[in-house]
Write a protein that binds this ligand. Structure first.
Ligand SMILES: Cc1cc2nc3c(=O)[nH]c(=O)nc-3n(C[C@H](O)[C@H](O)[C@H](O)COP(=O)(O)OP(=O)(O)OC[C@H]3O[C@@H](n4cnc5c(N)ncnc54)[C@H](O)[C@@H]3O)c2cc1C
Length: 441
């Protein structure tokens, strides 16, 4: 069976790796760019190394670990990343690890007491509840509002009043469904972890995301073709055709692109559906300098809802991943814009650097004179799993049933992080391998 994967971001690379592991050797990954990695294109300049999209991930993970191990991807641990902060009421507050996070001085004592009563709150929100409504219902108005905001910021740069709790954070809503309470479910899951099995910890790829993409491409041998733009993907009596510079025939095609790009390749009915996917433009800003570091030790800080800032989160890159700045220098990565302030992506570079530097000065409480600046705009940006997303996915599955041999994967569908893409790669490869086995019978 021949499989063409359109898109050499991590979703496409992971899927190809899993297909080969499942015994499907005739795989070809195409990408319009000259280099693999999709949105995760490490910017390396003057000794600084800025990751404009994903820059770290938690390991071990059942699917991501196996893919990285298979490709021989070297990773470092990042012990300092366990320290995290929230910027609230004009100061940086360190957040102890869960469940002690509730002790952090972020909400009033009555709000804390209400949050602590979560295990006694009866189940039952509306179906397809927003993240904000879910968190308020479980943890009370104040703590719930803050929690929803921080979760929406940290993963989606999103709007907690629009994100669907069950689509955006399925493991959270599952805790309520299975244990009747988020806290009780979380504690049970901790207790279930066998002794000696380490919890997952933040890791970074040696050489950056670009080196990780290269390692996976190397493991694919000659199955990766850069600089190939697919223009149409259409059915054919015995499979699928990918049109670009010439035509490629395949038994199955995996579209591992942003839904917006996938919409430009397929028939109008499917394209209309894919066109309904929601995304939010974000801007990643790298600020680096020499001399004493203004960054606290730790992973970074989320900006709380009481600040009208363009920045949603600040990552202390050179603190948890020292190789990302030259010796004696520091590097800060700020993620700005998103669902609540998409217009940041339209600001020119000077305005972005000036406003984000001023906000970083407020958050860090130190003067900054960046010598390294870099602005990367992500458009259409981070997929937003707003209410209705699960229905949209179910309808999409229905449309794909009528198009056997066509598959969709990537951050637009079942998880915006690398771990979920690894899991989706395993799922997609298993489906294709089952189809291949049926054909052989
Ligand atoms: C600011 C930011 C921070 C993030 N932080 C984290 C994090 O901490 N942890 C985490 O796990 N994730 C994080 N992510 C998410 C992570 O970066 C993405 O999930 C992942 O990189 C997306 O991979 P993908 O392959 O699905 O999509 P993409 O990277 O978008 O890849 C799609 C590929 O398809 C190609 N393509 C599109 N159209 C065509 C065509 N017609 N022909 C050929 N090729 C085509 C594109 O060139 C691209 O290479 C972050 C993202 C952002 C933006």
């Amino acid at each position: 069976m021949r499989v063409v994967v359109v898109g050499g971001g991590f979703a496409g690379l992971f899927t190809a790796s899993e297909l080969i592991a499942a015994g499907i050797e005739d795989v070809l990954v195409l990408d319009q760019n000259p280099v693999p990695g999709g949105v995760a294109q490490t910017v390396q300049r003057d000794g600084f190394s800025l990751e404009p999209a994903v820059g770290s991930f938690n390991l071990p993970h059942p699917h991501l670990s196996q893919i990285l191990d298979r490709a021989g991807v070297a990773v470092d641990t990042a012990p300092a990343a366990s320290k995290r902060y929230v910027y609230r009421s004009g100061r940086l507050v360190e957040i102890p690890g869960s469940p002690k996070a509730i002790l952090a001085p972020l909400v009033s004592t009555p709000a804390k007491l209400r949050a602590l009563a979560e295990p006694f709150v009866r189940q039952g929100g509306a179906s397809d509840e927003t993240l904000a409504s879910f968190c308020r219902r479980r943890f009370g108005a104040d703590a719930g509002h803050l929690l929803a905001w921080l979760m929406a910021s940290g993963v989606y740069a999103g709007d907690p009043d629009k994100l669907s709790a069950s689509a955006a954070f399925p493991s959270l809503t599952l805790l309520e469904q299975e244990a009747g309470s988020v806290v009780r479910g979380g504690l049970r899951a901790r207790r279930r972890r066998p002794d000696g099995v380490p919890g997952s910890r933040v890791h970074t790829p040696v050489g950056g995301m670009v080196a990780m993409a290269d390692a996976i491409v190397t493991s694919l041998e000659d199955r990766y073709r850069p600089a190939f733009t697919a223009s149409v993907v259409r059915p054919h009596p015995s499979g699928w055709v990918v049109e670009g510079v010439g035509e490629l025939f395949a038994d199955a095609v995996v579209l591992a692109t942003h839904p917006e790009s996938a919409a430009g390749l397929v028939d109008s009915e499917l394209a209309t559906h894919l066109g309904r996917a929601v995304s939010a433009p974000v801007v990643t800003v790298g600020l680096g300098g020499s001399g004493e570091s203004p960054l606290p030790s730790g992973f970074g800080a989320l900006v709380g809802p009481d600040n009208s800032m363009a920045s949603r989160g600040l990552l202390f890159e050179s603190s948890y991943a020292p190789g990302r700045a030259p010796t004696g220098s520091w590097l800060l990565k700020v993620i700005a814009g998103g669902a609540l302030l998409p217009e940041v992506a339209t600001w020119d570079d000077n305005r972005v650097v000036a406003e984000i530097t001023a906000e970083a000065v407020r958050v860090l409480g130190s003067q900054l004179t960046p010598e390294f600046t870099e602005v990367v705009r992500h458009r259409p940006g981070i997929p937003q799993y707003v209410t209705g997303h699960e229905g949209w996915l179910a309808e999409l599955d229905g449309l794909l049933t009528g198009r056997p041999g066509l598959y969709l994967t990537g951050w637009g569908y079942r998880g915006v992080g690398l771990a979920q893409q690894a899991s989706d790669a395993v799922r997609t490869a298993a489906k294709i391998a089952a189809k291949s086995a049926d054909q052989l019978d």
